[in-house]
Design a protein around this ligand. Structure first.
Ligand SMILES: [Zn+2]
Length: 189
């Protein structure tokens, strides 16, 4: 049922992050996508011990940290997704990790606790994360991701991130900004 499932989108970030789960077996396809995204857009994560596997069942994607090792897990329902869809979801997760790494341990602990306890905090966090995904140039991937999981029966509200029209507007705003700065750049520079 959509109403049951719609809560699933990452509401369980916090549980995923804090509970000790068996390490997932790295998946070659997912690892390839992950490495490419990091190389292109997440320089800070290049040296981070980070693996990705299928297997989370209480969220679409989530990540855990165990003794400094990061593990992204992807729900099996995304196995039939295109690469673009997977890129949208994984880029979102990488934006969370990137932001979390900028915090000190105490600050991060507090942020995770708030994420688990406060619906308002969660909403703010998810929406900020999606703006970052779009700024990095993955807005159309994010749209592909949302459309795909909606077809599976998930629904999205503001609590889960930006709404489709908001994403479209943000993608357009970014494109027109880029066009303007291209126009300003001296020819041949
Ligand atoms: Zn998220």
């Amino acid at each position: 049922m959509p109403s049951e499932r719609h809560e699933a989108k990452e509401v369980s970030h916090i549980e995923n992050r804090l509970s000790v789960k068996p390490a997932g077996r790295p998946d070659p396809l997912l690892s390839q996508i992950l490495r490419r995204l990091i190389r292109r857009s997440f320089p800070r994560l290049r040296r981070l011990p980070l693996t990705i596997s299928w297997g989370v069942d209480d969220a679409l994607l989530g990540y855990t940290v165990q003794g400094g090792d990061h593990l992204i897990q992807v729900n099996d329902c995304l196995r039939s997704a295109t690469q673009r869809v997977l890129e949208g979801g994984i880029a979102h997760e990488l934006c969370h990790i990137d932001a979390d790494l900028r915090m000190g341990p105490y600050q991060r602990e507090l942020a995770w606790r708030r994420y688990g306890e406060s619906r308002w905090y969660r909403m703010r966090e998810e929406r900020t994360t999606e703006r970052r995904v779009i700024e990095l140039g993955y807005g159309s991937h994010l749209l592909a991701f949302i459309r795909f999981v909606r077809r599976l029966g998930y629904s999205f509200t503001r609590e889960h991130g930006l709404l489709i029209p908001e994403i479209r507007r943000a993608v357009e705003a970014r494109q027109s900004r880029n066009r303007q700065s291209d126009a300003r750049a001296p020819a041949g520079a």
